[in-house]
Ligand binder design. Sequence first.
Ligand code: THU
Length: 160
Amino acid sequence: MTDKRIIIDYIEYSSLEEMEPMDRELALAALDARGGSYSPYSKFRVGAALRLEDGTIVKGANQENNAYPSGLCAERTAMFAAGANHPGVAFDTLAVAGGNGDTVCEMPAAPCGACRQVMAEYQRLYGKPLKIILIGTHSIYKFSKVEDILPLIFDSLVVE
Ligand code: THU
């Protein structure tokens, strides 16, 4: 038996101003994308902005449904839109911002497990690390790859 530990490195910013200009632009796009949230049931508005390797920014926002499981998170809305409209163009960075109504959470709202699994799939598909930026008003986190928010990723292609 061996005790093991997984250590995750990430950057914490205390404001948008501290960020690299391209990351700040993407963060602002994620905040703006919240305007497209359709969330009459939870009132929790989530925006996502995905930068592709060619510089294109694809936005998404959570879309709810009266049949609750039919709704979709902001992150997957953005990733599936990118996959459908820009096939073959690798994902570079995904920024996410969420909060109740018009407010944004103080601490970053973290993506659900299903969205993390979808991030992992596209990261593997394109063979390039997908960076993730989680935005709160007091803290902003930046991760350099999906493994950092989803350790021990399920992947049937590597499970024997
Ligand atoms: N939501 C997202 O858009 N992204 C996540 O990663 C977690 C949750 C949405 C789903 C639902 O519309 C609302 O937030 C409340 O759960």
